[in-house]
Design a binder for this molecule. Sequence first.
Ligand SMILES: Nc1ncnc2c1ncn2[C@@H]1O[C@H](COP(=O)(O)OP(=O)(O)OP(=O)(O)O)[C@@H](O)[C@H]1O
Length: 130
Amino acid sequence: MDSRDKQQTDKNHHLVQAMGHAIDGIVEVLKEERNMRFHVAAAICAILVAFYLHISSMEWLWILLAIFVVFTAEFLNTVTEAVTDLIVDHHYELNVKKAKDVAAGGVLISAIFAVIVGLVIFIPHFLAII
Ligand SMILES: Nc1ncnc2c1ncn2[C@@H]1O[C@H](COP(=O)(O)OP(=O)(O)OP(=O)(O)O)[C@@H](O)[C@H]1O
C-alpha cells in the first residue's frame, strides 16, 4: 500500500495524517478491486441519469444512500480478504471461506438494494417522459 508514512505502526498524530491514510485506503481499493471500479462506474451512471431526470432532493438522498451502502460493503469485503489472507497465508481454511463468503454476501445484498432503489426512483420518471 502507498502510505505517506511507510512502516508506521503507532497512532496517527494529527487529523491530516489520519486523512492521508484514509485516502490511501480509498486509492488502494480503487486500484486493486475490480468490483469497486464497477461500482464506481455504476454510481457515475446513476448520478448522470439522476441529473438528466431532475429527481427531487429526497430521491437524491436515496440514490446517494444506495451508492454509499455499496461502497461501504465493498470496503468491508476488502478488509475481510486482506485480514483473512494475512492470517492463513492463502491456505484453505473453513472459517476463512465463511468470512469471505459472508463479506461477499454483504456486497451482493447491498447491490440488490441499490438496484431496487434505482428502479423505484427512475422508472416513474422514465414513464413520465414516454
Ligand atoms: N483461504 C481460503 N480458505 C477457504 N476458502 C477461500 C480461501 N480464499 C478464498 N476462498 C474462497 O474463494 C472465494 C473467493 O475468494 P476471494 O474473495 O479472495 O476472491 P476474489 O475473487 O478476489 O473476491 P473479490 O472479487 O470479492 O475481490 C471466497 O468467497 C471463498 O469462498
